[in-house]
Write a protein that binds this ligand. Structure first.
Ligand SMILES: [Zn+2]
Length: 127
């Protein structure tokens, strides 16, 4: 399958490339705070937000009021300081606040970013 006509340079990617896990966040040019998919800086109200590429590492944060449809969605506190709701790919009993995760897939075309647990999770102790 060839993509012709639309290619400009090497920046063109297909949306289904799951191994290209890139997550962009925004850093306020004024107060240097980080945020995610906002129009205004939540701290100072500036619209001067500059996109930056995340390292993709974070820690699962506490969530509240989750519906069954969102059972695998958790707020993840990324190393850069912003929080983004991600789909966590891992054994349910191991997914809890405080667990370190790493970006596994970017949330393109309206989907949530996907993260994986950093540590290998032992499955024993549950028998
Ligand atoms: Zn700001």
């Amino acid at each position: 399958m060839f993509h012709t006509g639309l290619r400009s340079g090497t920046a063109v990617r297909t949306e289904e490339q799951a191994d290209e896990a890139e997550l962009y966040f925004q850093r306020c040019r004024w107060c240097r705070n980080t945020t995610f998919q906002r129009l205004l800086c939540p701290t100072c109200g500036s619209t001067d937000l500059v996109p930056e590429l995340s390292e993709g590492e974070g820690v699962i944060s506490v969530r509240r009021g989750t519906t069954a449809a969102e059972a695998d969605l958790w707020p993840v506190h990324m190393a850069e300081g912003f929080v983004v709701r991600c789909r966590v790919d891992g054994p349910l009993h191991a997914v809890r606040p405080g667990v370190r995760v790493k970006l596994a897939g970017a949330g393109s075309s309206g989907r949530r970013p996907v993260v994986r647990l950093c540590e290998e999770v032992p499955l024993d102790g549950w028998i």
